[in-house]
Ligand binder design. Structure first.
Ligand code: CS2
Length: 477
């Protein structure tokens, strides 16, 4: 195990919301390395949004955990000590909000997954989100939504007479910082327009593109740490060696020297972010649905076959056509590297992990680039294949007849819509196209896209996902 170089006296400068594996593998690792290189009291206080047991576990270990980098040639285990304290949100919302009024805290980072934002298809507060609805209807009760929590914290900061904060989203959403800033501003405007003005004047919400494949930890993770390090660490996580962080240079105050750890601090992250969302995450979703239907457990199993790899590579090439160029951006090289990352034999990334929350992921990964392809009259085949595979997956049965547990905030509506429709591919596609709250960018109203999706869904029904991908590739426009 590689020991952490950080001093045990390290102070806290960052409050993080969302203590999942991704944060512990990505921002925590960049921050630990940045402090090791350039110093600064940038320790992290991390908040578990739903899981008090995880916060307790980390606190029992003084915030330390083992980070396993799964390299094809063998694992590397790092001791992580940058998280100084963990907190649990349930029942302690005001306490967490008050941490934003600590002068030592200069940055709030956020990883709460796509659905955690409570945003509508129009990127405004989603009034059908229970947390958002609660906060707007009961402004005197502790907030339940992300925007409500951040607004409450910023209100406390203003009352304390402190300067503004940098609030940085690290989730896989287009213009994630702008989105979070807009939701907080809309919320604050409701609560107190003078607070909304203070936030606009003093706080910053930079966009950022984050990348590191981080499968959920399993018993194998814990066993490896126990055998290599000689201690039980149930907070251990594993990740791939690759990591990337592109951050918009837009801060309200100081920040860690993340560039010393390899992060890119740039004026505009949009080009990087769009490439990552469409090439990596879009292909991931395509792979996840094909794999889950075929009974392949992991991403590496799906891309282990040349025919399926060709479909995935084609998807990346078609997605690359939707990007605009920017200095330093090389979608072709990125796509080739992605195939190698996906095939990493040491990474066991479950298709079902990626397949969850499709209604929240497909809009930016599949539908938005498909919209561009339709507008420019280019190939839509792999986008329609991903959509058809998702619709089949949402039907709740894989190709071997095994049940699939649909894990999605729209799951009830999806199940109801499919149950009420006839069984034909056309009827199932129409049922999903009509779902309220699905941001499909008009592609599910487009005759060409609908035709392709219906054809591919009927192919999936007939021959199964294992064979369908290669068959479809041959006839794709
Ligand atoms: C994945 C991402 O679960 C998913 O939806 O596509 O978590 C992906 O592994 C990361 O964005 C990689 O950076």
């Amino acid at each position: 195990m590689i020991r952490s170089p950080l001093p045990s006296t390290l102070g806290v400068g960052i409050l993080h919301l969302g203590l999942g594996a991704f944060h512990r593998a990505h921002q925590a690792a960049f921050t630990q390395d940045a402090i090791a290189e350039a110093g600064g009291d940038w320790g992290i206080e991390a908040v578990s949004m739903r899981n008090p047991a995880l916060a307790e576990l980390l606190n029992r270990q003084n915030g330390t955990y083992s980070l396993i980098e799964r390299r094809p040639e063998g694992p590397r285990i790092l001791e992580m000590t940058v998280i100084r304290k963990a907190r649990a949100l349930p029942g302690r919302v005001q306490e967490v909000a008050s941490r934003m009024a600590d002068p030592a805290i200069r940055i709030v980072t956020v990883t709460v997954t796509e659905k955690g934002y409570g945003a509508s298809a129009e990127r405004r507060l989603n009034l059908s989100d229970p947390g958002v609805a609660h906060d707007l209807l009961a402004p005197d009760e502790p907030p339940q939504s992300l925007a409500g929590l951040i607004t409450a914290g910023l209100a406390k900061r203003r009352t304390a007479g402190l300067g503004g904060l940098t609030v940085m989203s690290c989730d896989n959403l287009p213009e994630n910082g702008r989105l979070l800033g807009a939701l907080v501003s809309e919320f604050a405007e409701e609560a107190d327009p003078s607070l909304a003005r203070w936030i606009a004047d003093t706080c910053r919400f930079p966009n950022s593109m984050v990348d590191r494949i981080t499968p959920a930890a399993t018993d194998k993770t814990f066993e490896l740490v126990e055998s290599e390090v000689g201690k039980v660490d149930r907070a251990a996580i594993e990740t791939e060696p690759f990591r990337q962080w592109v951050i918009e240079d837009d801060f309200a105050g100081p920040r860690p020297a993340w560039e010393e750890a390899g992060a890119l601090i740039v004026p505009d992250v949009a080009a990087f972010e769009t490439m990552k969302l469409r090439l990596l995450n879009g292909s991931h979703s395509l792979i996840a649905y094909l794999g889950a239907l075929s009974g392949y457990p992991a991403v590496r199993d799906v891309v282990g076959d040349a025919g399926r790899r060709a479909v995935v590579r084609r998807h990346m090439a078609d997605s690359a056509e939707t990007l605009y160029s920017a200095p330093g951006l090389d979608p072709d090289a990125y796509a080739d590297a992605l195939i190698t990352r996906f095939a990493n034999p040491a990474i066991d990334h479950r298709c079902l992990q990626i397949a969850m929350d499709g209604s929240q992921k497909l809009p930016q990964r599949i539908f938005a680039p498909a919209r561009t392809q339709l507008d420019t009259e280019r190939g839509i085949g792999t986008f329609a294949l991903a959509t058809a595979a998702w619709i089949k997956f949402a039907g709740g049965r894989d190709d071997n007849g095994r049940g699939i547990d649909l894990n999605d905030p729209l799951a009830d509506n999806i199940r109801r819509a499919l149950a009420a429709s006839e069984d034909s591919p056309a009827a199932r596609v129409a049922a999903i196209a009509g779902l309220a709250g699905l941001a499909h960018h008009g592609v599910l109203d487009n005759a060409r896209f609908l035709r392709a999706t219906v054809e591919l869904l009927s192919l999936l029904d007939r021959v199964g996902a294992r064979a369908a991908a290669a068959v479809a590739l041959n006839s794709m426009d």
